[in-house]
Design a protein around this ligand. Sequence first.
Ligand code: SF4
Length: 313
Amino acid sequence: MLCHKCPEKAVIELQHGALCRNHFINYFEDKVFKTIKKYQLIERKDKLCVAASGGKDSLTVLHLTKKYLEKNNLDTNNLFALVIDEGIANYRQHTIEDLKLFCQKEEVELKIISAKQEFNYTLDQAYPIINKKSKKKPCNICGVWRRYLLNKYSRKFAATKLITGHNLDDEAQAIIMNIFKANTELAAHLGPISGVQEHKLFVRRIKPLYFCTEKETRLYALLKRFQVNFKECPYAEEGYRIQIRDMLNEFESKYKGTKQGIIQSFLALLPLLKEKAIQELSAPIKVCIKCQEPANQEICNACKLGDILKNAR
Ligand code: SF4
């Protein structure tokens, strides 16, 4: 198969034709830069924190954010990476090693925050205790911890935007999960810029890879020779999201464009969802009485998990 733009061998076949290595890299980067521009994800005054993990998505978004800043004569000193070490044995320490090398090469500062230091437990230690009391799966606990620590520390380090490596597949899965669970309120928080309103305790999350598929992002990372440990987290198989991912992949292989269709339909509805969410915001965002971080209720979800661990001692 040849590239439809030149006589070179193609590395991928997309809906509009096959592309060689160089044309694919240009196409991918162009798509990311257009997303940043169209949705005004990055502004001149922004201090940017990339939520990094050492996986292909976060390395790709870190590399391309730096490239975007350079291309647009923006200050690259306003960019840093933040990784949460949840404490997952034989997994996270490897991705952090990959990430350290990558950040050194890219000349981007890396900050590491450990769940053990913050909550006194690693995820491996906390999961069996919390699961016994509340049946929560590792990904539920990990999700609460990661959201909490990323927001808290990106804000402490003065970031105005938190960049995540969510790609089109991640977003399509999140949309379907919210539909299946009737979480219309949570769905309003999705999109290339998450959240429905500005708040001084929240750092807004942006997703430059929003229109890039998992397959495209994986190929980009491979072609750019990013050193990535492609292994999955040992807890990944236990998540609800994995079942949604497999279902969507099966649909996509039978009906091309399924995931794109989900994203496009969702984006058409998103302004309505956001408007409804703003109208229904009855109470201002609360502050957790234990840790003073933002919360939906009196006590935030991270402190509720902390209480389970404390009571189990
Ligand atoms: Fe955390 Fe689950 Fe992701 Fe593992 S798969 S890093 S436990 S959210």
